[in-house]
Design a binder for this molecule. Structure first.
Ligand code: NAD
Ligand code: TYD
Length: 362
């Protein structure tokens, strides 16, 4: 049973944004960016603190009158109503989600609860409370997988391949329907693969940094030729603000990074930055349904929002390595017993079966 805490009274005079899931990776970076701007809004962070949420990521701001934390599950209509009624937000930015593809393959139920059911509960509350903007934070994974050429545009068909991607597509369609049917001013952003500080080490880049730092092997799925379109989390967060402030209700905006890299090349670059040997990379059994390539065409965001990514992968990855090295205690804490159980379950048989060092491309 999730405990619901009542938020402190809102600031008067400021804009108020209810932001879900800010104790996770992107939400933490988003709040830090907004609070660094003296003209920024007051924020209510509604988060139920799953394994991926850490309240201490933002604890230093709990005495800041512009930041409020409320412990609550977006799948619980009562908790959501309490948050809206007490904070009276002008806008909603919806990050909260189950976000890891591999976990969705094992059990999709929590993905449906949060990414589909929770999104509908938020949309209903936003409508009841007449919010001026609802921004659904989504992903390029809703479009499915590409061959060697081309990029997804906002009018590309949705063809999700993993339970995670399907649950995000479900949330996007419900958000669209709330706009069409009820006139809720909904904007959807679809970001590409994010990296940067505070990312939970189940995802490729922080997992590789953590393992390489301890001279542990790094599991590479399948051929390692799968391509991801990487975006630094700060660029993504700036794009979300641009879409919220300058986007048109009813519209979707792709927010893609400037770099498209195969996983094997990415790991080689990362290990070179860290001064570690590529013999740490182990090719292991592939992820079922593994999407081959993502690439976003973000022309609409460039033209209509005046947004472009600024941080190239080589620069962003070096800064990210440095952040994890400076924050070894943060990483250590993420490696608790439940993560170790997850890691064993996810990787032990894969590593035992095929764990040969990768010395050349497949
Ligand atoms: P994350 O897993 O790091 O964090 C998710 C946060 O949501 C956590 O704080 C968690 O406690 C909270 N949460 C989960 N279920 C909740 C519930 N039922 N009620 C309240 N809070 C709940 O995720 P992230 O990587 O920061 O992703 C944030 C959003 O951005 C997600 O919607 C994701 O689909 C989207 N996105 C992520 C990426 C990426 O590369 N990480 C790319 C594009 C879009
Ligand atoms: P991930 O960080 O899980 O993001 P997503 O699945 O949302 O793209 O994975 C990024 C890529 O790295 C993806 O192609 C799967 C691959 N991968 C590995 O090769 N090994 C790993 O241990 C993980 C977690 C991912």
């Amino acid at each position: 049973m999730v405990q619901v805490t009542t938020p402190r009274p809102p600031d008067t005079g400021n804009r108020r944004w209810l932001v879900t899931g800010c104790c996770g990776f992107i939400g933490t970076n988003f709040v830090r960016m907004l609070l660094a701007d003296p003209q920024g809004p007051a924020i209510l962070n509604l988060d139920c603190l799953t394994y991926a949420g850490r309240r201490e990521n933002l604890a230093e701001f709990e005495s800041n009158p512009r930041y409020h934390f409320s412990l609550g599950d977006i799948g619980n209509a009562e908790a959501v109503e309490t948050a809206f009624a007490s904070f009276r937000p002008h806008a909603v930015v919806h990050f909260a989600a189950e976000s890891h593809v591999d976990r969705s393959i094992g059990d999709a139920s929590q993905f449906i609860h949060t990414n589909v059911g929770g999104t509908q509960i938020l949309l209903d509350a936003a409508r009841r409370h007449s919010v001026e903007r609802f921004l659904q934070v989504s992903t390029d994974e809703v479009y499915g997988s590409l061959g060697p050429t081309g990029s997804f545009r906002e009018d590309s068909p949705m063809a999700p391949n993993s339970p995670y991607a399907a649950s995000k597509a479900g949330g996007d369609l419900l958000a669209r329907a709330a706009g069409k049917t009820h006139g809720l001013p909904v904007i959807i952003t679809r970001g590409s693969n994010n990296y940067g500080p505070y990312q939970f080490p189940e995802k490729l880049i922080p997992l590789a940094i953590a393992n390489a730092s301890a001279d542990r092997t790094i599991p590479l799925y399948g051929t390692g030729l799968n391509v991801r379109n990487w975006i630094h989390v700060e660029d993504h967060c700036r794009g979300i603000v641009a879409a919220l402030e300058r986007g048109e209700p009813g519209r979707v905006y792709n927010l893609g990074g400037a770099d498209e890299v195969a996983n094997l090349d990415l790991l080689e670059q990362l290990l070179s930055i860290m001064g570690k040997s590529t013999t740490l990379i182990r090719r292991v059994a592939d992820r079922p349904g593994h999407d081959m390539r993502y690439s976003l065409d973000s022309t609409r965001a460039h033209q209509e929002l005046g947004w472009r990514p600024r941080i190239r992968l080589s620069e962003g990855m070096a800064a990210t390595v440095e952040w994890y090295q400076r924050n070894a205690a943060w990483l250590e804490k993420a490696h608790d017993t439940s993560f170790q159980d997850y890691y064993r379950q996810q990787y032990e048989s894969r590593l035992a079966g095929e764990g040969k060092p990768v010395t050349a491309k497949a």
